[in-house]
Design a protein around this ligand. Structure first.
Ligand code: NIG
Ligand code: FE
Length: 391
C-alpha cells in the first residue's frame, strides 16, 4: 500500500469542526492530507505533515471531500430534448414525461443501460463526485426494474428501488393493482440489489396511502425509505418521511410550517434539495434558508435524470443554491458533501478525517467559496477516488 502526502493546500474543507477552525466545515489553512491506500491517514497543518511514500504539491489550491450526490436517476434510455425545448417555450413540467423515458428504457439492452450509467458516473466523477446514489423507476415491471438494479449494483453501492415512480402504463386503470405489484413480486425481484426504497408521492403519481404502503413493504424487506416529497405541490410526503424514519425527504419545494418543523425535529431525516430540477423546469426554488434557520439538516444533490434535471454537476447545484435558495457558500459546500453523506447514512464519505475514504477534490481556486463565486467555471483540478487519482 502506498501513501501520498498532498501538501500546500491553501484551504482544506474537512467537515470536522474538531480538526479545523471550529466551523461546520472544519477549515484548515495551509494544510496537508496523507492518503494511505484507500483511506485518509492524517490531516493537519502542512508544516506538521508526516513523511509518506509520495508527495503531491497542491500549489496553494483548495481541497474538499468528494461530493456525495445522494439522488440521481441514471438507469434510463433515450433523452427528452424535445420536452425540454417545449418547456422553455412555456409548457409546464408534469410527471407524465416519465413515461417517455419508460418507453425508451424498456427498449434498451442491458449493455446500453450499463454504458449509459457508466457514462454519467464517470462524467460526475470528473467533476468531483465520488459517491453517487442512483435509482430505478423507468422500467416499471418486475423484469425491467430488477435488471436495471442488477446493472446499477455493479457500479455503485447506493442503489435505490423506485418501482413506484409513476403507475406503469399497463396499470393505468388499476393504480392499486400496480401498488400491489410494486410491494409484492417487483419488490421480491428488486430487493436483493438495493439498499433503499423510494416513491414519488405527488398528484399524478402516488398518494399518501399508496406511498406508505410502498415504503412499509420495502422496510419489511430490509430497505430503508427515502421519498420524492412535496416537489410539484404540497402533499403528505414530508410528514410521511419523518414518520417512517426515511433517510431523506427529497425536493421539499412546497412546505408548510408543520413540514419545516417536522424536518427540524427529525434526527435522521435529511431535507435533500435539488436545485437543478427547479432550474430545468423553471419552477420556484425550495427555501433552503427557511429549513436551515429552523434547524433542519440540508443536503444538495443533482437529481440527474433526462426529464427534470439533466445535470451531473454538484458545483452547479452549489452555485444555484447560493444564488437562489438563500444558502451561504459554506452551507452549500457542507450540504453537497457532508449533507449528502448524512442523507445516505454514511460516515466514511463527505469528510476528510483519518479513517474516512480518500475521496478528495482539488479545486483550481484558493477557496471553496469560488464554487459559488465563479459559477459555470470548471474548477475541478484533480480528483482522488479511494486514494487513486483520476487521469
Ligand atoms: O426527481 N419527480 C420524479 N422524478 C424525477 C423526474 C423524472 C423525470 O422527469 O423523468 C425527479 O424530478
Ligand atoms: Fe428524483
Amino acid at each position: 500500500m502506498t501513501s501520498t502526502v498532498v501538501t500546500d493546500i491553501r484551504t482544506l474543507v474537512t467537515n470536522d469542526p474538531a480538526l479545523g477552525d471550529g466551523s461546520p466545515l472544519g477549515l484548515v489553512e495551509n494544510a496537508a492530507v496523507v492518503l494511505d491506500g484507500e483511506h485518509i491517514a492524517w490531516v493537519g497543518p502542512a508544516a506538521d505533515a508526516p513523511a509518506a511514500d509520495a508527495r503531491y504539491d497542491a500549489g496553494g489550491r483548495a481541497a474538499l471531500p468528494g461530493y456525495v450526490d445522494s439522488h440521481s436517476h441514471l438507469l434510463f434510455g433515450g433523452d427528452r430534448t424535445a420536452e425540454f425545448n417545449a418547456r422553455m417555450s412555456g409548457r409546464p413540467y408534469t410527471a407524465g414525461g416519465i413515461r417517455t423515458t419508460v418507453a425508451a428504457t424498456r427498449e434498451s439492452t442491458d449493455d446500453e443501460l450499463a454504458r449509459n450509467l457508466r457514462h454519467f458516473l464517470d462524467e460526475a466523477c470528473r467533476q468531483g463526485t465520488t459517491t453517487m446514489e442512483t435509482k430505478s423507476g423507468y422500467g416499471l415491471s418486475p423484469e425491467q426494474e430488477s435488471r436495471a438494479l442488477r446493472v446499477a449494483a455493479e457500479h455503485t453501492d447506493e442503489v435505490t428501488y423506485m418501482g413506484a415512480h409513476v403507475v406503469a402504463p399497463e396499470y393505468a386503470d388499476d393504480p392499486d393493482g400496480y401498488v400491489a405489484l410494486v410491494t409484492g413480486p417487483m419488490l421480491d425481484a428488486c430487493a436483493p440489489y438495493a439498499r433503499w426504497i423510494d416513491v414519488f408521492c405527488e398528484k399524478g403519481a402516488f398518494d399518501g396511502d399508496q406511498a406508505r404502503a410502498v415504503l412499509t413493504a420495502g422496510k419489511a424487506k430490509g430497505l430503508t425509505p427515502r421519498i420524492h416529497a412535496n416537489q410539484l405541490s404540497h402533499g403528505p410526503g414530508v410528514q410521511l418521511a419523518v414518520e417512517l424514519g426515511a433517510a431523506s425527504a427529497d425536493h421539499c419545494t412546497h412546505l408548510s410550517d408543520a413540514d419545516v418543523d417536522a424536518l427540524a425535529a427529525a434526527d435522521d431525516t435529511v431535507a435533500t434539495l435539488l436545485p437543478g430540477c427547479e432550474f430545468s423546469t423553471r419552477a420556484v426554488y425550495p427555501d433552503a434558508r427557511r429549513l436551515l434557520d429552523a434547524g433542519a439538516t440540508v443536503a444538495l444533490s443533482t437529481d440527474c435524470n433526462p426529464g427534470s434535471s439533466f445535470t451531473s454537476s454538484m458545483a452547479f447545484c452549489v452555485a444555484v443554491a447560493v444564488r437562489e435558495m438563500g444558502m451561504t457558500p459554506d452551507e452549500a459546500v457542507w450540504s453537497a458533501t457532508a449533507g449528502g453523506a448524512r442523507a445516505l447514512r454514511r460516515t466514511d464519505v463527505g469528510r476528510l478525517t483519518p479513517g474516512a475514504l480518500a475521496d478528495l477534490t482539488l479545486l483550481d481556486a484558493p477557496s471553496h467559496v469560488h464554487l459559488a463565486y465563479r459559477p459555470g467555471v470548471p474548477l475541478t483540478a484533480r480528483v482522488w477516488h479511494r486514494g487513486t487519482p483520476l487521469a
